[in-house]
Design a protein around this ligand. Sequence first.
Ligand code: MN
Length: 222
Amino acid sequence: MDVPTLIQPGIAIAGEAARFPVRRIFCVGRNYAEHAREMGHDPDAEPPFFFTKPADAAVAGGALPFPSRTGDLHHEVELVVALGRGGTNVDRADALGLVFGSAVGLDLTRRDMQAVAKKLARPWDMAKGFDASAPIAPLTRGLPAPDAAITLTIDGDLRQRGRLSDLIWPIDALIAELSTYVALAAGDLIFTGTPSGVGPIHRGETLVASVDGLPPLELRFD
Ligand code: MN
């Protein structure tokens, strides 16, 4: 048997031939107060927290296979920030200088499996980090406007709506905080959290995830 050759996971960059190489995917949980409340938590008592997905969970939109082992696949529309440089213990004032670009993505979640994991105090990996669990639209250099709207529709029906200005940890604070847990590096993606309105996805529905100023993400599950 030959030593295997690995494929570098990556995502498209709008208007450019080069792809953005994905090193790691970090996600923040409960970074919008209304979403924390809809999940049964008090955002004033419990600060946001981090979890991860594998790098090859990042895929483009379009037609995706419905994930296995779930009867309750949930959408979480999120702004995704891509780092072009890294660091540890990054000062908040320097944090936005690490950003290469941004995109809209979905933090897909096997909500039924996550509920069992929460109840039994087990890890979330299989509820959050499954194959193709991080569909992402093409990246745009820089960041959207600080108060840009973030929305998700299913078959044209508005399900999630928020503003980036509602983030509990804004992007600079998020990067600074995460850099105290791990050494950040070029190629890292950060899912910045979802506004309220998360809910189930069914086969055949068309989802459109948007952040004003960025290319939308359109997808459906067959
Ligand atoms: Mn999320």
